[in-house]
Design a protein around this ligand. Sequence first.
Ligand SMILES: [Zn+2]
Length: 282
Amino acid sequence: MLRELVANNIFVFSSEYYAQVTASAVITSAGAVVFDTLPFPLESRQVAQFVEERQAVPVKYVINSHYHADHTYGTCFFPKALVVGHRLCREHLDGPGRDGLENVKRSSRELSSIDLILPDIVFDEGEISILLGGVSLRLWHTPGHSPDSIVCLVENEGILLAADTMMPVPFFADGSWQDFINSLEALRDVPIESIVQGHGEVILRGEVPVRIDNDLAYLYALREKVEALVDRNLGPESVDTIDIEDCGKSRIALNGLVQQLHRTNAEVLYWEVRREREGEPG
Ligand SMILES: [Zn+2]
């Protein structure tokens, strides 16, 4: 696990084992808030130890940015914390999340210590704030990567803990292209100094507006290219011809994993556009 201080009271931890997943801890005089956890128990325990022993503050809240396993499997290592998430996060954890965990536990000894934990505090629309030790954290719903995705703004510092609403390539296979556009458009109006992505490097001051625009440009470029293929009556395999760099994104980020995410995006969008076209009156 790598650790980085991004403001005087905010630490970011990144997994060395899986897809550079990040978790964050906001330290206050009244306790800590942990935003997301790391995929493997060893690394989540290291986060807990660092906050509780080295920083010597109890973890009062764990926020689940969304239900995906790589972000939520460490929640159980913070047994005294209240868990906060979107209502859909609780529903998805209780359904597909529970089934997924049972499956992986059968095949991985390393993951056998994980217990499924559901959020205690949920919200639907609008926003919710956590006020702790003079620090204000604002959470709101940003569907797109998944239906239950949320982000958290540490208001005093202007640091956005974005989870997978911001990753090296926007990935919407479990969410929606249109929701992603709407969520990113809304981020443009938020005063943000830095962004902690769900996977990969922290986006620093000055790069933030450019990066939000670049993500939006990627989504629009991808749709345009997919629509062109559908309109030429080409089959789903034709999405292989859509180059990630032609959509404005690097092919090497996350050790090349982004190309796989991009390929899946293109395929999901292909079928969506086909359904739209077929639904149109001839
Ligand atoms: Zn995710």
